[in-house]
Design a binder for this molecule. Structure first.
Ligand code: C5P
Length: 405
């Protein structure tokens, strides 16, 4: 269990129904050794009482910006300086909007604006509110500023709807918060990740592509950056924003992806091929839009370069991780790819399962290497990526130790 010993955490509670989970979160954080103080917004006090949070944190709960007694004991500026991290859980859509726009009209927003410490935000709201363009734009503003979003989780909601917007469970949240303080394992390591589909043109308006959303590869790149690595993400057309701390190189075709990977591999120690690279492209791309005059037509296809296999042939050889999206005989097919492409590790996912893998927020992985394997059960792609990066770290550093001894 990751410890939070000697860490000072300020938990901000805002006004959503998920506030009923905040006392449990405070307890989980204290179990890990953190010193926890709580600030509530006025709306949060409509859902739970300050007394409950005082009891579990062991400290009086702060709520007002203009409270002479509290300000005399520890002013809002001192409170912001005191915290090693501020965790807003739950964070409502309204609070996220206020944070994104730099409002300072209550104690919690003022402390968030004042702090130089890391800011962690655990959103909780109705799934439509989460999906709303305004909320997503606010989340993007915050992510670009280095605010870490923890969740939301997907599933049944208090309002009766189902979808993304649930607060992460307190134990999952406490583990994710503790994870933010882990020593950056990959500091000084250069990593190249590919993600997304590729788009192979047929004529100026048509192309061949696949169902990859790019979410898994983007999550892997972000997890490496969180772990201290210097990350280049080479992405096909995924329409996703660049993860924070990651250099994003956008490409379209398999050949462009191969060239971009080659240009960034010098000095890279780890390569993760999470892209769903088209295996074939049109042998010839028509210069004008093809007319529908013929009753039938056939398209000649030729193979694209295998980026993963060519990276595995490089000297010096990086640590190479592939993905295998399979619809049948998952493990057997993944093992074959591990060997035929000379990989160090392969992460296999069954894309025939509904709700997991392609186009989904969630995934499950079976990770295989020469001397072992591990199951990473169904989870949000962000969490899964962090676990995968942990596993890659174990094998990568073990291999380095063996080669250097
Ligand atoms: O052989 P298959 O396409 O199933 O292998 C999947 C793995 O190979 C993925 O890691 C994918 O990123 C990589 N790949 C590649 N270049 C290709 C085809 C696949 O890097 N042309």
């Amino acid at each position: 269990m990751n410890t939070l010993a000697q860490k000072k955490l300020l938990v901000g509670v805002t006004g959503g129904i998920a506030a009923y989970k905040s006392p449990e979160l405070v307890r989980r954080l204290r179990e890990r050794g953190a010193d926890v103080r709580v600030v509530m917004t006025a709306a949060a006090r409509e859902f739970i009482t300050p007394l409950t949070l005082q009891a579990v944190s062991g400290w009086p709960v702060r709520a007002d910006l203009f409270d002479p007694a509290a300000e005399a004991a520890m002013g809002h500026i001192e409170l912001a300086r005191w915290a090693d991290a501020i965790v807003v859980a739950p964070a409502t859509a309204d609070f996220i909007a206020r944070l994104a726009h730099g409002r300072a009209d209550d104690l919690l927003s003022t402390v968030c604006l004042t702090t130089r410490s890391r800011l962690l935000v655990a959103p909780a709201m109705n799934q439509q509110m989460w999906a709303a363009a305004a909320t997503q734009a606010n989340v993007e503003i915050l992510s670009r500023r280095g605010v870490r979003m923890l969740g939301p989780d997907a599933g049944p909601q208090a309002c009766g709807e189902v979808g993304p917007g649930r607060l992460l469970e307190p134990d999952v949240l406490a583990a994710a918060i503790a994870g933010q303080f882990r020593a950056p394992r990959f500091a000084g390591v250069r990593v190249v990740v590919t993600a997304g589909p590729t788009r192979e043109p047929i004529d100026p308006v048509r192309y061949i592509t696949n169902r990859s959303s790019g979410k898994m590869g983007y999550a892997v790149a972000e997890a490496f950056a969180e772990a201290g690595a210097e990350v280049t993400l080479v992405s096909g057309p995924a329409g996703l924003p660049a993860p924070s701390g990651v250099a994003l190189v956008r490409v379209e075709t398999a050949e462009e992806m191969a060239a971009a990977v080659c240009a960034h591999m010098d000095g890279a120690q780890v390569f993760v091929g999470a892209a769903a690279v088209a295996d074939y492209r049109a042998a010839e791309v028509a210069s004008q839009k093809i007319k529908k005059t013929a009753e039938a037509m056939s398209l000649a296809l030729i193979k694209t370069p295998d980026i993963l296999a060519s990276v595995a042939r490089r000297t010096p050889r990086p640590f190479v991780v592939g993905f295998a999206a399979e619809t049948e005989q998952l493990i057997e097919n993944a093992r074959k790819k591990l060997e035929s492409k000379h990989l160090d590790m392969i992460a296999a996912n069954d894309v025939s399962l509904t709700g997991l893998g392609f186009e989904s927020e969630r995934n499950a992985l079976q990770v295989i290497w020469k001397t072992g394997e591990a199951s990473l059960p169904a989870a949000r792609k962000g969490e899964l990526a962090r676990d995968l990066v942990e596993l890659i770290g174990e094998r990568y550093f073990e291999k380095n130790r063996a080669e250097n001894s």
